[in-house]
Design a protein around this ligand. Structure first.
Ligand SMILES: CNc1ncnc2c1ncn2[C@@H]1O[C@H](COP(=O)(O)O)[C@@H](O)[C@H]1O
Ligand SMILES: [Zn+2]
Length: 353
């Protein structure tokens, strides 16, 4: 889709994607297939993606997810969506992917939260058996809108799958509209998840009003932070918050296009990537929702490089260092080690710009 706009260096660079919401990652071509399955919904393309140069409020972004959820409401849909998304990431040079998604129950189609997760796992296994060149893992997402009880139930489900999925389910994501609900109501569930060995990636301070919540959740501490846009004092946060993130060495998942198109960051050059990267803090470039925000990981790396004047060596290191932030255990033979070998073996030309 964007092939002609992205330099081959970024496309060929072996990449690690750690922050990708399944239903936000659905491409135009998959949306087309879904629309033709459900013409009665009268959903048009303009309703599922934010094009080049366009912006939306974060609130409008969450309306877009509602439209996509209408299109993806059967096991068959989820299987197709997950398979397509995995193959698209692989085609973009992503070698290791942690997908995240919120299990949904759809009474009218018989979909349950359990069968939702099973279907995503089926898609991962199917891609593997077809030889798609990518290592895919799954994080079960909690939508903050749904409160304490659902969060507890989701932790239980995630724990069951962690124990039965051969290492495919690694942890939990906390996401959803940041203006809804409060982290303190979810703290017991997140604490329980951590205690049973689930890894935690939490959306923190995606909007300015969440400093108190972030301070509370950072004490868990989470294993990674999604966005963390307003943590840094230069973005209206505080040194105390930065100190906690640094003390626990919690990597940040940073999504440039998502933040600019969702209008939480005014310009690319204002993105908080620069503050954390300058500090040498683990910062991983991610897409968030490649379908909704019409991007891909190669494009995000190119954008980071052009905005912050990164050399090819720096970009290569940035991509390579993401391996240290993956949730898969480093047993020497699984993802982490394999990826290191893949990176070493790849012959990415580092010369020129
Ligand atoms: C733009 N910034 C964001 N901030 C917070 N949560 C987000 C998000 N982008 C996506 N999601 C979360 O992911 C869901 C869609 O994928 P799944 O149905 O779970 O696969 C959204 O409904 C929201 O809960
Ligand atoms: Zn996200």
């Amino acid at each position: 889709m964007m092939d002609n706009e992205v330099d081959v260096f970024y496309r060929e660079l072996p990449k690690v994607e750690l922050h990708a919401h399944l239903n936000g990652s659905v491409s135009c071509s998959t949306i087309e297939k879904l629309i033709s399955r459900k013409p009665h919904l009268n959903i048009g393309h303009g309703m599922t993606a934010i094009g080049k140069g366009q912006r939306r409020t974060l609130d409008e972004c969450f309306q877009v997810f509602k439209v996509i959820h209408q299109l993806v409401d059967t096991e068959e849909d989820i299987l197709m969506v997950a398979t397509d998304v995995i193959k698209e990431f692989a085609a973009d040079g992503v070698k290791y992917l942690e997908l995240r998604s919120t299990p949904r129950e759809e009474k009218h189609t018989g979909l349950t939260k359990k069968s939702y997760i099973e279907t995503v796992i089926k898609a991962i296994k199917q891609c593997k058996s077809e030889g798609v060149d990518i290592d895919v893992r799954f994080l079960v997402a909690i939508d903050r809108r749904n409160g304490t009880e659902v969060a507890m139930e989701t932790v239980k489900l995630a724990e069951d799958f962690m124990l039965s999925s051969d290492g495919l389910v690694l942890g939990l994501d906390l996401s959803g509209d940041p203006t809804v609900g409060h982290g303190k109501d979810l703290l017991p569930a997140l604490q329980k998840a951590k205690n049973c060995g689930l890894k935690l990636s939490l959306h923190l301070s995606e909007v300015p009003s969440q400093l108190e919540e972030s301070d509370l959740l950072l004490d868990l501490p989470p294993d990674r932070i999604g966005h963390g846009t307003f943590l840094h004092p230069a973005m209206g946060g505080s040194q105390g918050l930065v100190d906690k993130v640094v003390k626990h060495n919690i990597p940040l998942e940073l999504c440039l296009t998502s933040n600019v198109k969702g209008q939480t960051v005014a310009r690319y050059s204002d993105h908080h990537f620069k503050h954390w990267y300058q500090m040498g803090h683990p910062s991983v470039i991610c897409t968030d929702d490649k379908g909704v925000f019409s991007t891909d990981l190669s494009q995000e790396y190119q954008l980071a490089a052009s905005t912050f004047d990164l050399s090819r060596e720096a970009v290569w290191k940035l991509s390579h260092d993401a391996i240290d932030c993956i949730f898969a255990p480093d047993t020497g033979e699984t993802a982490a080690q394999t990826e290191v070998d893949l990176f070493k073996a790849s012959s990415v030309p580092l010369q020129g710009n």
